[in-house]
Design a protein around this ligand. Sequence first.
Ligand SMILES: C[S@@+](CC[C@H](N)C(=O)[O-])C[C@H]1O[C@@H](n2cnc3c(N)ncnc32)[C@H](O)[C@@H]1O
Length: 315
Amino acid sequence: MWNNLRPLLRSMSTQQATQSKPGPPVRVSFTPYAGRGVFATRRIAEGEIIHTAEPLITHPSLQNISKVCYFCLRHLRKDLLRRDAAVEMDDNGMGINFCSERCSVSAEAFCAVEKKASWKSFHQFCSDEGLRLPLLAKRLMSMVLTGTASRDALEVLSFARHSEEIVSHWMHTRAMLLDTFKSAGVSEEQLAFVTREWYCGVLARLSLNSFRVEILTQDTSSLLMAAAASISGDAISGSAVYILPSMYNHDCDPNTDITWPTNATAHLSARRDIEADEELRITYIDASMPHRARQKLLKEAYHFACNCSRCKDGD
Ligand SMILES: C[S@@+](CC[C@H](N)C(=O)[O-])C[C@H]1O[C@@H](n2cnc3c(N)ncnc32)[C@H](O)[C@@H]1O
């Protein structure tokens, strides 16, 4: 596990060396109770942005697929859409729009593969079943096929074992993905990396570590509008996976917030003053829920019994 963390730690120290600017005031270390965690390396003041994080993989929500940037998930203002851009979903179940030339260029390689396939049935199935993880797996497959990600890109992330029932459901989406890529001309040989074990490992990691990216737009920035958008799903731009943010453990009274002010770039900020060596924790769920509901959700979705002080106090 620690060997797998080396590239992350190396990339943090390389950034530090090349930018001659201090890196983020955090370190990843083992905790006594919850595997690895993220710790402050100095005092951090309330409101301070601790660090930002770029996603490794993103995918727009199917509900908003034509309304957000296909790469960075930024909400597109109608008047900023390129005139030739498809505003609605096309016959292939896609609605590819970009917010900038930069995003269009960054997505060029994997988009070339995705555009060759018809995603209608796969997207319909995910939409009917309310699935978002297979969409991220689809994107990772496109990235591996085009050399923009390595097949073991997610291996550093933790995972839990799932029931046979869940695994067989996952296998159904694997079969659909393989068929869809093959219909786009991708050969069996190119798809050989998508073994049952690989796909299970990817979905198991995505289920613990992917984030729903909720970007508040100008239209939804007031509290009431934000609440309404959150309930209707309008605020969900898509899903994304990160490395460093995936090392943060959960707390029902977190000291750190994760937010997405403009696009899929995550901002980690201090909710209150944090002391050096204190563990930084975010909340994985709506922490305003009652104690038993929180415990149930954390057990079912994240496979752990929360040991935070609120839960210990039965609050
Ligand atoms: C996103 S990962 C967090 C990083 C993880 N500790 C690691 O070593 O990679 C989520 C997993 O961390 C553990 N975890 C996170 N918060 C916890 C908590 N409050 N109590 C117990 N375990 C926790 C659980 O095993 C959970 O499934």
